[in-house]
Write a protein that binds this ligand. Structure first.
Ligand code: ZN
Length: 134
């Protein structure tokens, strides 16, 4: 009933262009999409890497969550995203279990998909993004 699977792994970077010199030129991952997500104040490059993808996240403003992350910890693993069949049901289960979400409401992404972030305190030290299966 709950076939969650990994959609992507998000990596916070200072510069997408610079990080592509590694992930594209050295590792061989070709970016598919380069988008700005105004709600999160980030610029995102999605790199297909088998079925799951690598997501490079660059801040577009100093008060971006990614800017705060970089200031605190530097570049590195930022979140893991899982795709779930029914996001409303997943959020209901999380809330019933007392899990902490980063935002109360389900958000809608630049490409129209729905998502929430589960706080690392509830996800055993990892920021977990849940995306609705589409
Ligand atoms: Zn993500």
């Amino acid at each position: 009933m709950n076939q969650a699977r990994i959609d992507h792994i998000g990596i916070a970077v200072q510069s997408i262009e610079q990080s592509l010199e590694f992930y594209r030129d050295a590792i061989g991952l070709e970016p598919k999409a380069l988008v700005i997500v105004p709600g999160e104040k980030v610029r995102v490059a999605m790199l297909p890497a088998g079925e799951p993808r690598i997501e490079l996240l660059e801040a577009t403003s100093d008060d971006s969550p990614i800017a705060r992350f970089l200031a605190k910890r530097g570049e590195g693993l930022h979140h893991i995203a899982m795709r779930v069949p029914d996001l409303n049901a997943a959020v209901d289960r999380l809330k019933a279990a007392g899990s902490r979400l980063v935002t109360e409401q389900i958000q809608t992404g630049a490409e129209g998909y729905r998502y929430v972030f589960v706080h690392p305190k509830s996800a055993h030290g990892v920021l977990l993004e849940l995306i609705e299966e589409s």
